[in-house]
Design a protein around this ligand. Sequence first.
Ligand code: ZN
Length: 277
Amino acid sequence: MRLANLGGRAALITGDRALDVFDAGGFGPDPMDVLENWAAFTEWVRTSPPGSSLVDPARLGPPVPRPRQVFAVALNYPPHAAEAGFGPPADPLVFTKFPTCIAGPQETVSLPGDRVDWEVELVAVIGKGGHRITEECALEHVAGFMIGQDLSERRIQSLGKPPQFSLAKSFPGFGPTGPHLVTELAPDAAITCLLNDEVVQKASLGDMIFGVPDLVARLSAVCPLLPGDLIFTGTPAGVGNRRTPPRYLTPDDVLTSRIDGLGELRTRFRAGVLTPS
Ligand code: ZN
């Protein structure tokens, strides 16, 4: 099942067709309301009619437009941990992307500096909330999956010692997500990031150190998880600041983020107001 945000309204997607979830079933129209009623909604979907209107990709917004909590995990693929100068961590390194950074799958992002970097990631979306969820029950609490970009301003990230993640990863537009919330996902699906036409990141979701059920259990051991919460699960090797020479995004670039079975994000950039240090 594929759920999208079309012009701010929840829509079921089948091929190139959309069904307005509120008009057809009374859920929403706000995608956040659909997530609040996830169990009843998925029950209704079993017998919902097919979509009829053609999807206009330009109207796709973030499938979860206003998450209350956005968790993110650093160093969750061994080759990326190695390029950052670390071994595989024994426990997840968790930070937040502040929720105002969340954007859609066709975003044009203003660059607030000359060291903005890419990180393609799998994003898990919480459906049914809970506290102290066990790893065995974790997937019952996951509504589905999206592609995400954890865009990062590396100069702000390294202003302090030790470096800080959350602020540098939370400028407007720094959390592109989508294109849809998808309930099915192959555990070893390929995850790829292209800068213009060049593949800069490519891995398998099966390479993750801490899988989604493990992350749900560990995060919810501390924070109660709420419907619509997002978990950015970490990026594979191939980010720009670990290259020789380092490489960063410019206003001419197009960033394409793909996960097999989920679709792709296309993120464009424009020159923005530089953030003073
Ligand atoms: Zn990341």
